[in-house]
Design a protein around this ligand. Structure first.
Ligand code: SF4
Length: 381
């Protein structure tokens, strides 16, 4: 691979990392899409016929009928995608009209999931279309707070065309993006699907290796993101950078359009998840979504080492990765950059356990434990 861009001087590891055969193997789908050797999934889904009656408008159908159509088309699509990934067939453009494609059905369903909202496992059921605000602090609109080539992500992702959406379904007391996730989530640029597609195309023209949907969390914005893919012209990998608390239904929609997943796996138990992020049933939801993601796309899991949480969180998280996922296929970023911020910084006496940075010894122990479980972390940490 030849890269001539100026960012190589800033992140030479973003080139060097691809010399590692394990990285190439574990991120093989993402790499092929990035190199334009295979189309991104959303392009395939956009030309894949949903099986609608000729001229039928998916926007006019009931949700139950749409899910029935989606289930059939999606399962066939996934079989085809697996064969394309394995190299046993070449993808050919199936030439469905975008408005009658699997992607169009997904876009309509995403809007239906958003009001009353069950996009994430909080399942607020609020009528966002009527201007009601969910636990993510969002109405029906989607707000982009910034979009730029991010040079600070994992080496295989840099430069990453990152879009920061306002709002988050978590309330992490240590959030480093609390300005857009919790304090002022509706302060960004309000975007419709066409505008969001043009932002993605602009990032691709600037040299992004991927479109990185993040926040806050991107899940509450899924309805506009999904519809935007009907309009994106660039053939660029789609990356889902999330706390992975999506509902089962939202995950069903995402699976056929995301090429590479970047999930956070923060907590090893529900008690810590509730105390520090205010969510219930965390472990079951994230494990379920992770298993699905690993079946359909490449995965780099992020785990943030928190001080004093090695035994209750870090080690159980690493053990669950080992138990649930094909560890010879995923990469794990064991992150050492936790810093007390937001509410913890203001009132450290309320969360004394996480009121400091992790020690070098804690990070070393976390990484050694991962190695002992056969988890590969070095190329992305
Ligand atoms: S995305 Fe927001 S409104 Fe929807 S269920 Fe989750 S927290 Fe509630």
């Amino acid at each position: 691979m030849a890269w001539g861009a100026e960012w190589v001087a800033v992140r030479p590891d973003a080139v060097r990392v691809w010399r590692d055969p394990e990285v190439r193997r574990r991120l093989s789908w993402y790499m092929r899409v990035m190199l334009r050797e295979a189309p991104p999934k959303f392009v395939m889904a956009r030309s894949y016929p949903a099986g609608l009656d000729h001229g039928e408008d998916p926007w006019s159908l009931e949700a139950g009928e749409l899910w029935r159509i989606h289930e059939k088309a999606s399962s066939e699509f996934r079989r085809m995608w697996i064969r394309v990934r394995e190299g046993s067939i070449e993808y050919r453009d199936l030439e469905a009209e975008p408005g009658e494609s699997l992607l169009a059905v997904k876009a309509v369903l995403a809007h239906r999931l958003a009001s009353p909202c069950i996009l994430c496992e909080r399942r607020c059921m609020v009528e966002r279309r009527s201007g009601r605000i969910g636990a993510c602090r969002l109405d029906y609109n989607v707000y982009v707070h910034s979009a730029f080539l991010h040079l600070g992500e994992e080496a295989p992702l840099v430069p990453s065309g990152t879009i920061f959406y306002g709002g988050c379904n978590f309330s992490c007391v240590f959030c480093q993006n609390h300005d857009i996730s919790q304090d002022n989530p509706r302060g960004g640029l309000k975007v419709d699907p066409v505008r969001l597609a043009s932002i993605q195309d602009a990032l691709a023209r600037k040299g992004a290796r991927n479109i990185n949907h993040v926040g806050g969390d991107p899940t509450p914005s899924l309805h506009i993101i999904m519809e935007s893919l009907l309009h994106v012209e660039s053939h660029i990998p789609q990356l889902w950078n999330s706390n992975f608390y999506m509902s089962r239904e939202a995950m069903e929609l995402l699976v056929d359009v995301i090429d590479i997943w970047l999930p956070d796996f923060k907590y090893g138990n529900d008690k810590c998840a509730f105390r520090l992020s205010g969510v219930r049933n965390y472990v079951e939801v994230v494990r379920r979504n992770l298993k699905t993601a690993a079946m359909y796309g490449d995965v780099i899991i992020r785990h943030l080492v928190m001080p004093n949480h090695l035994e209750c969180c870090t080690k159980p998280v690493l053990r669950m990765i080992r138990e649930d996922l094909p560890v010879d296929k995923v990469l794990v970023n064991i992150m050492d950059q936790y810093t007390p911020m937001h509410r913890v910084a203001r009132r450290p006496h309320l969360w004394p356990d996480i009121a400091r940075r992790p020690t070098r010894e804690e990070v070393r122990e976390a990484r050694e434990y991962a190695t002992s479980l056969g988890i590969l972390w070095e190329p992305v940490s």
